[in-house]
Design a protein around this ligand. Structure first.
Ligand SMILES: [Zn+2]
Ligand SMILES: [Zn+2]
Length: 389
């Protein structure tokens, strides 16, 4: 039986890769070696199974910890102390059915779409392009409804001449002298359990087992060029300031056909002249006239769906909060929708004409205007928020 390769190397991730990176790497490998993409290719099938096995271990914190400590020996059960849970692999490894029943969901909507040709017969690169961070400014209306943005991203892209490999042509390779084509190097270490072999990605070839003998003249062997890509990104409704959306694989291309970095899109909220966000609620400070406050009436208020008419009841106090149910922002996780809170203020004319003054004086003599009362039943918190405008 062939010697097992290092699981990190199989997935092309660093030893300190987080769960998300491991999942992404596995998805990429699974798509690349998927039997539907490689009909009748025995080698691809083995790689497909190998990736599933690596993912099974590295995606499970307990198994991963044991693997990190003891390598493949820790997986066999002999050195592991019999904690169980390692039954699946030691014999013939995974069957295809196992893989689909256990990890099928990882393909998600990506399968069929994300497949990327890997140029020079590509194997297990560890090169990874860097992530790109961009900011996107959204209006409240865009946040309320969700929006699709097309972003023009300056980035490194795969060289079109060599397909990202960096090689002049298919004959421009020779077997890596460091690893003799294996793609990994074996080290012997002394451990608590005695001498143990560990395997690491070959530093010379980066895991491909091959070195380039003649470089592509367009990219000087890098496999990448400076370029631009228009990335369409669907931003869900309800996002907020500072949230970061990850678009997998849309960052910088990696050297010589490695794994693309990600595009990280940070959300910024454009401040709105009339509506202030408070979580999923929106607050609007509404000014009404003294006469509307006294007599009632209909006024217009802004909402994220355009202007709306609301009724003001006769005798409305300043500071009264009118709640427009469901007129706030949708929750980003789909838990309903916030409200719009309309906080009433009353505009008092700064100057009165002689006639106005006379009328108000007459009004002031009326019995209903003789006594001021403190306003009850006001929600202090909601009143406070109106001061932040
Ligand atoms: Zn090598
Ligand atoms: Zn090139």
């Amino acid at each position: 039986m062939a010697e097992k390769r290092d699981y990190y190397e199989v997935l092309g991730v660093q030893k300190n890769a987080n769960a998300d990176e491991i999942k992404k790497a596995y998805r990429k490998a699974a798509i690349q070696y998927h039997p539907d993409k490689n009909p009748g290719d025995k080698e691809a099938e083995e790689k497909f199974k190998e990736a599933a096995e690596a993912y099974d271990v590295l995606s499970n914190p307990d198994k991963r910890a044991r693997y990190d400590q003891f390598g493949h020996a820790g997986m066999s059960g002999a050195a592991g102390g019999g904690a169980g849970g390692f039954g699946g692999f030691s014999g013939g490894g995974f069957s295809m059915e196992d893989i689909f029943s256990q990890f099928g969901d990882i393909f998600g909507g990506h399968f069929g779409g994300g497949f990327r040709s890997s140029g020079g017969g590509g194997a297990h690169h560890v090169n990874r392009g860097s992530d790109i961070r961009v900011r996107v400014k959204l209006t409240l209306a865009e946040i309320a409804n969700g929006v699709t943005k097309k972003l023009k991203i300056n980035k490194t892209i795969a060289c079109d001449k060599c397909g990202g490999t960096g090689a002049k042509d298919a004959n421009s390779y020779s077997t890596c002298p460091t690893c003799n084509g294996a793609g990994y190097v074996t080290r012997v270490e002394n451990t608590f359990f005695g001498r143990m072999q560990t395997q690491g990605v070959c530093p010379t070839c980066g895991g491909s087992g091959k070195v380039i003998t003649a470089q592509c003249d367009k990219c000087k062997g890098e496999g990448t060029l400076r370029g631009q890509e228009v990335v369409e990104i669907k931003i869900p409704a309800g996002v907020g300031e500072g949230m970061v959306l990850t678009v997998t694989g849309k960052g910088n291309a990696a050297r010589q056909g490695g794994v693309n970095g990600d595009l990280l899109v940070m959300i910024e909220e454009e401040s709105d002249a009339e509506l202030v966000r408070d979580g999923n609620d929106l607050i609007h400070n509404l000014n009404i006239t003294v006469t509307t406050a006294l007599l009632g009436g209909t006024v217009e208020v802004p909402t994220v769906d355009g202007r709306a008419k609301i009724k003001i009841a006769p005798g409305t106090h300043a500071g009264k909060v009118l709640r427009l149910g469901g007129k706030g922002l949708p929750d980003v996780n789909g838990y309903g929708r916030g409200d719009e809170l309309v906080v009433v203020d009353i505009t008092i004319p700064a100057k009165l004409s002689a006639e106005e003054k006379k009328l108000v004086e007459q009004l002031a003599a009326q019995p209903g205007f003789q006594k001021a009362e403190s306003v009850k039943n006001q929600n202090i918190f909601e009143r406070m928020k109106s001061f932040f405008r």
